[in-house]
Design a protein around this ligand. Structure first.
Ligand code: MV4
Length: 454
């Protein structure tokens, strides 16, 4: 096992990784920017090293600074958390060449999954259901029109290097395709330095459902079931749950089996998340794979009783799956996570500043993952997530009531948060009935919430 791990992240996820290390008896090194000097990860890690000024490019994204800290502290491994350098294959490669274990998949596999159109082709070859679409990059508007005619409108144009909805255009008619294709191309080139585009059949009113997997370094892959992530606003997830009300045990097993087989073939290792769209016939279609631990991993932990971060560390240390897991994966009860962001309730803009009072809820079935505290300051440089409130119940009804009371008992003063928004979502009859898709929040915020679909 590792002696010492550096955590290349900040906030709640840095603290989450420290928890896992402490339980495994591994020493920890926090790195921090000047803005995070008084943060809890700095306080709870065994060592802490300041790596630069607040700006991300000069601190948490500065690969030479991170590697230098790792070398000075003489760590065996680096856990990247999520975001920041977590899906940067070059960083993973620099770690390996510096003799430091990167806690994640191999750089080549990260690179494959980072090119969405290549990931799609690899998953298709391995037998994972995908949407009809282009096999490979579409070079011109002319080629795009040709593909769209074959597949049938509506179609969606996506950036191969994309993510978060950038470089993406929904195209409903042939007439508008050339202009939207060029717009997506220049947006992708600007945002990612790569204008490569591919195309898929567009799914109307999809649900966003993702599967969690763990893969050891000896060829064993296991599925931990799905998370329902359709409650999003502008590609930022707000609330996640597990299981999905729309996934039957048969479908869960079927997709799980296919994923284990295909990811073994691909040579995937460590934790991963496979994103699907569910269409109105409840069929799942692969869209992309994330090669990191995700923000919403706790809902899977709550229903499977598997510690995903400890699992990541053990796998990276070479442990076989039989040692990582305590037995077969069993799903019990229902979990919901609300992302508590420090942001303005109407404008959805970040709300930085001092937290004047902070009282997280507790009690049966309640978990709070946070690095926030009373009198602590939320710096303006980073993302606005300040806490994740996760509850578990014997079924979805109990989880919803538990979340409702936990939100009532969560006091955060000094900054605006999404707590009031979550209270409204939890009270919504359609949410309570499990009737929603990725368009839910937009309709909800528009007020009427008159749905056109089922
Ligand atoms: C789609 C889609 C419909 N059809 N692909 C948006 C972000 C990117 N990761 C994938 N996205 C979508 N891809 C096809 N073929 C609809 C979306 C989409 C979406 C997906 C998941 C969650 C929220 C979303 C909101 C708008 C669009």
């Amino acid at each position: 096992m590792f002696n010492k791990i550096l955590i290349a992240n900040r906030g709640e996820i840095a603290l989450r990784v420290i928890c896992a290390c402490k339980e495994l008896g591994i020493r920890t090194v926090a790195i921090y920017s000047e803005a995070d000097r008084h943060s809890l990860p700095v306080r709870f890690a065994d060592e802490a090293i300041c790596i630069g000024p607040p700006q991300l490019a000069l601190s948490y994204l500065n690969i030479p600074a991170v590697i230098s800290a790792a070398e000075i502290a003489n760590v065996d491994a680096i856990h990247p958390g999520y975001g920041l350098l977590a899906e940067n294959a070059n960083f993973a490669e620099v770690c390996e060449t510096s003799g430091i274990k990167f806690i994640g998949p191999q750089p080549e596999v990260m690179r494959l999954m980072g090119e969405k159109e290549k990931a799609r082709a690899a998953m298709k070859r391995a037998g994972v259901p995908i949407l009809p679409g282009s096999d490979g990059i579409i070079a011109s508007e002319g080629e795009a029109v040709e593909w769209a005619r074959q597949v049938g409108f509506p179609v969606i144009v996506k950036a191969s290097a994309g993510g978060g909805g950038r470089g993406m255009r929904i195209v409903r008619t042939e007439e508008e395709l050339p202009a939207l294709f060029l717009a997506a191309q220049s947006e992708a080139a600007g945002a990612f330095g790569n204008g490569d585009l591919y195309m898929e059949k567009y799914v109307e009113h999809p649900r966003h459902i993702e599967f969690q997997v763990l893969a050891d370094e000896h060829g064993t892959v296991v599925s931990l079931g799905e998370r329902e992530c359709s409650i999003q606003r502008r590609h930022q997830k707000l609330l996640e749950e597990s299981p999905s009300t729309q996934v039957t045990p048969e479908l869960r097993d079927q997709i799980g089996t296919v994923l284990c087989k295909s990811l073994t073939e691909i040579g995937y290792t460590n934790a991963g998340t496979i994103e699907f769209l569910m269409d109105q016939d409840r069929r799942l279609h692969f869209i992309e794979m994330n090669t990191r631990i995700q923000v919403e991993h706790p809902v899977t932990e709550m229903v499977t009783d598997v510690d995903l971060v400890k699992s990541q560390i053990m796998i990276a240390a070479g442990a076989p799956m039989s040692e990582v897991l305590h037995g077969p994966i069993v799903h019990r009860g229902h979990a919901i996570e609300c992302r508590i962001n420090a942001e303005h309730p109407e404008k959805f803009t970040p709300s930085a500043g001092k937290i004047t009072s902070f009282h997280p809820p507790g009690g049966t079935g309640v978990r709070v993952d946070t690095a926030a505290y009373a009198e602590g300051v939320i710096p303006p440089y980073y993302d606005s997530l300040i806490a994740k409130l996760i509850v578990r119940g014997k079924d979805r009804g109990e989880a919803v009531s538990r979340m409702t009371r936990a939100l009532e008992m969560f006091i955060v003063e000094g900054v605006f948060t999404t707590i009031p928004l979550h209270r409204r979502i939890l009270a919504d009859p359609d949410f309570r009935a499990g009737k929603f898709d990725t368009g839910f929040i937009e309709r909800f915020l528009a007020g009427g919430k008159k749905d056109t679909s089922a």
